[in-house]
Design a protein around this ligand. Structure first.
Ligand SMILES: [Zn+2]
Length: 400
């Protein structure tokens, strides 16, 4: 089946903009891109006229938790729900994410191997969802941040073994906890957790297996440990200073600030049922999160879009909010779209297949009513996401 999207504004995901362009899709790949003036249009079985609308690459969210549901105290669901219910809810969350125009996610931590099995179920066509790269279980020190959904490990040898276990289970990426965080009771958000040596051991094992490593980091000491250990992406990255900015650039690490997480916690507050310790810790770090991201961006650190969806009131399907928050720290709408397309594809190691609208890439595309460069917030209005295609298949089609 050949499809031709015609007469559209194309944002190609790497900063280019084509007016009155066309994109041809053959099977699951983009077979031609051009504009009416300079290239002959391919013949197609179906021609879809997109006058006034914008075609973008499918959006990539580099940090979600499909097994969490955005409840005020998300960890409670692990005590209340059995594994089957957690998995059904994760499948629902995956579908909601896809229907928001998010065609690829990195699931950075789920209990058991639910994230890995959900990825397999989506790949097998059993349930609809975005393309998932799963870390499987998070790896933390005993009693460390996120322990209730993690595999605990202490010392270099145990971290090595645990990373190997995750690779054996089929993890696409490894997640290590370098510091405490706001969602775990009794754990100080900025305190270092895994040591440099433990992080280094984990990175070595993951890289040997050809996998990248992400690390939850919310403090200056943890940042230095993680960057020096060769972590590929720093999640949250709170308390970035001059020294750590220089290290980001030296080690070519990505920053995924997840501004949506503290934003939604503080917006909803104590009355919503979010535990008091979460609010208190968020109040301590939220300002630094924004300032760190702003400073890092202006100093040239590469920033990828990720939401931490699943944390309190940070609902699956509301992922596009992060792009607006990025514009609030100084990114242009185009830069913010690039962070969720080309940049995120590079972070995931999928830059050959995804992230841009180019001949030969997989056909992950969304059609938006209007121009997100004029107003980035329109991406949050699901009625304005008129079509969603993943791997050449429409999951929404209100066009043509
Ligand atoms: Zn997270």
């Amino acid at each position: 089946m050949n499809i031709l999207f015609d007469n559209c504004r194309i944002l190609d995901g790497k900063g280019g903009e084509i007016q009155q362009g066309f994109v041809a899709v053959k099977g699951n790949r983009i077979s031609a891109v051009g504009n009416a003036q300079n290239a002959p249009k391919p013949v197609a079985d179906e021609v879809i006229d997109l006058r006034g609308q914008t075609l973008l690459p499918g959006i990539i969210d580099s940090h979600v938790h499909l097994s969490l549901n955005g409840e005020p105290d998300p960890m409670i669901s692990f005590m209340r729900d059995n594994d089957f219910i957690i998995a059904y809810k994760a499948a629902r969350n995956a579908h909601q994410t896809l229907l928001a125009g998010i065609t690829t996610v990195r699931d950075l931590g789920s209990p058991k191997d639910i994230g890995i099995h959900l990825r397999n179920a989506v790949n097998a066509g059993i349930v609809p969802g975005p393309r998932i790269l799963s870390s499987g279980r998070v790896i933390c020190m005993t009693g460390g941040h996120g322990w209730s959904m993690s595999r605990e490990a202490d010392g270099e040898a145990e971290v090595r073994k645990t990373v190997r276990e995750q690779l054996k289970s089929g993890a696409d990426v490894i997640k290590l906890m370098a510091t405490g965080g706001v969602m775990t009771m009794g754990v100080e958000a900025g305190a270092p957790q895994f040591t440099f040596e433990e992080l280094r051991a984990g990175v070595e094992e993951a890289h040997k297996g050809g996998r990248k490593v992400s690390s939850h980091v919310q403090g200056a000491v943890g940042l230095r440990n993680a960057l020096r250990a060769g972590i590929d992406s720093i999640e949250h990255g709170i308390f970035i200073d001059e020294e750590t900015v220089a290290m980001f650039l030296e080690y070519k690490a990505y920053l995924v600030p997840t501004l949506s997480a503290p934003h939604n916690i503080l917006k909803n507050g104590l009355k919503s049922g979010i535990p008091a310790y979460v609010i208190e810790k968020t109040e301590q770090v939220a300002g630094a999160n924004v300032e760190s991201a702003k400073m890092a961006f202006h100093r040239g650190v590469v920033i990828a879009m990720g939401t931490d969806a699943g944390t309190p009131f940070n609902f699956h399907g509301a992922n596009m909010k992060e792009l607006e928050l990025f514009c609030g720290i100084g990114l242009t709408p185009m830069e913010s779209i690039i962070s969720a397309t080309t940049t995120a594809a590079h972070l995931l190691g999928l830059e050959q297949e995804l992230g841009t609208i180019e001949e030969g890439k997989l056909a992950d595309l969304i059609v938006v009513d209007g121009n997100p460069l004029d107003d980035i917030a329109i991406l949050q209005q699901q009625e304005r996401i008129l079509a969603i295609m993943k791997d050449g298949i429409f999951y929404k089609k209100q066009i043509g």
